[in-house]
Design a protein around this ligand. Structure first.
Ligand code: SF4
Ligand code: SF4
Length: 146
């Protein structure tokens, strides 16, 4: 490359926007087609563990007893298999960049405890189901006897 051409390039670069940004201070724009990262709407999640069994990278951990869903983002290969397997459709790929991390750790999300209203609604649903089952059983017995 001639010294004239090199000098021209050096000069023009003085007036151009830099190619790099001060990430993460400056937010990086997500390019089209970016797969992004997995997010879980933990309020909707029922901690069934299907996503954990589906994940080919072993990136997910679900503990119903301890009430949490966890993801190791360093293992996740962004295949989206878990989003397709989830029966509650609470997993989604968000096309944005995560904040950088200085340590390899899991992101743990605890499911919030149900409110009084939710507990009451659950009990009411259970009672209604039981009542319907009893009625159906009584109707069957009546048919058999009569
Ligand atoms: S499959 Fe869906 S509902 Fe089940 S634990 Fe995973 S995120 Fe939660
Ligand atoms: S996107 Fe793929 S690798 Fe990542 S957590 Fe879901 S199933 Fe596992």
């Amino acid at each position: 490359m001639g010294s004239f051409k090199l000098g021209k390039m050096t000069l023009s670069s003085l007036f151009k926007q830099p190619e790099t940004i001060l990430y993460p201070t400056v937010a990086k724009k997500a390019p089209a087609g970016l797969k992004g990262h997995i997010e879980n709407d933990i309020g909707v999640c029922i901690l069934c563990g299907i996503c954990e069994k589906t994940c080919p990278a072993g990136a997910l951990r679900v503990d119903k007893k301890e009430n949490y869903w966890a993801i190791d983002r360093f293992r996740c290969v962004q295949c989206a298999a878990c989003t397709r397997a989830c029966p509650k459709a609470c997993l989604a790929m968000r096309p944005s960049y995560m904040k950088p991390s200085a340590s390899m750790s899991e992101d743990v999300f605890f499911k919030p405890a149900p409110s009084e209203d939710e507990l009451a609604a659950k009990e009411a649903r259970k009672a209604a189901k039981l009542e319907a089952a009893m009625k159906a059983k009584a109707a069957r017995q009546e048919m058999q006897e009569g």
